[in-house]
Write a protein that binds this ligand. Structure first.
Ligand SMILES: O=C(O)CCC(=O)C(=O)O
Ligand SMILES: [Fe+2]
Length: 315
């Protein structure tokens, strides 16, 4: 059964940065999920992103498969090809998706993304690039508040190199409306935590997203994440959980199939691939020693962790 949930709402236009940072810290500790308002991403741009996303997913399957996701994780993933919860009894999740990676790959200044044909979708690439830049800017501001909330300098993630050519992925998602009887009980996106630092999510308002705050509780309690018009949903990923010695939660979430078509757009703002992620000094003490020194949670290079998680979700 899904319960009713009230996640914190953080106003990014608050002039008191310390107060905003404290709200974010509390939200990350208690829920690992929160909303942001006054985030600076233009509403018209968001509408354009959803319209272009629909145009792409409406293309014939043959055209979408021509852009099939390759080894560098950019491109199209058809329904059933990804299973976010490896223990799911189904072949794969119901959603289809499209990944756009960093627009210039480090020193090579090379865009290795796949893009739909400009003849078919003339303003598609430009719209996605504009959104990518806008949401990256918002995410970077949120990370400076995260740092402040951890008693670190606001530019901490810049200083350690995590935001130098960060691993940024924009993922367009489309969930089917009707599902076949053989898929009864299957998920749009099965239960998972995100892999990196933070995710900035926007949906078309259709319900389905749920979170489970206590992963180890039995039975698990799943709560609906309500839509707030104009707000972005932010959640913490595993690497930020590791950095904070599990003080911040990388909360389990999933999308249930409710018989209604759904679109969403997730932006994963993750560290530069070479960033070493290990327990922050401000998050450990004698009473709370670093969990990372144990075998379960050793220090790890960002991309080693993310690539491992990505590879285990695809068939
Ligand atoms: O579509 C959603 O609401 C959530 C998507 C998600 O959790 C993901 O892509 O990691
Ligand atoms: Fe997710």
């Amino acid at each position: 059964m899904a319960g009713s949930l009230h996640l914190p709402v953080v106003d990014l236009a608050l002039p008191d940065l310390r107060a905003a940072a404290e709200s974010i810290r509390q939200a990350c500790v208690e829920h690992g999920f929160f909303y942001v308002t006054n985030h600076g991403v233009d509403r018209g741009l968001l509408e354009a992103v959803f319209a272009e996303s629909k145009r792409f997913f409406d293309l014939p399957m043959e055209d979408k498969m021509a852009l099939l996701r390759g080894a560098n994780h950019r491109g199209y993933t058809p329904p059933y090809a990804e299973k976010l919860d490896a223990s799911s009894q189904f072949v794969g999740d119901l959603k289809e998706s499209f990944y756009i990676g960093p627009l210039d790959d480090g020193d090579m200044h090379n865009d290795v993304n796949q893009w739909p044909s400009e003849e078919r979708l003339p303003s598609w690439k430009e719209t996605m690039k504009l959104y990518f830049a806008a949401v990256l800017d918002t995410g970077t501001r949120i990370l400076s508040l995260v740092a402040l909330g951890l008693d670190l300098d606001a530019d901490f993630f810049h200083k350690i190199g995590a935001l130098k050519c960060p691993s940024t992925f924009l993922r367009l998602l489309h969930y089917p409306g009707e599902v076949h009887e053989s898929d009864s009980g299957n998920y749009g996106a099965s239960a998972h935590s995100d892999y990196g630092m933070i995710t900035l999510l926007v949906t078309d308002g259709t319900p389905g997203l749920q979170i489970c705050r206590e992963k180890d509780r039995n039975p698990q309690l799943w709560e609906d994440v309500h839509h707030i018009d104009g707000a972005l949903i932010i959640n913490i990923g595993d690497l930020l959980e590791r950095w904070t010695n599990c003080a911040f939660r990388s909360t389990l979430h999933r999308v249930v199939a409710i018989g209604k078509e759904r679109y969403s757009v997730a932006f994963f703002l993750d560290p530069n691939p070479d960033t070493l992620v290990q327990c922050l000094e401000s998050c450990c003490s004698e009473a709370c020693p670093p969990r990372f020194s144990s075998l379960r949670f050793p220090p790890i290079k960002s991309w080693d962790y993310i690539a491992g998680r990505l590879n285990s979700t695809y068939k």
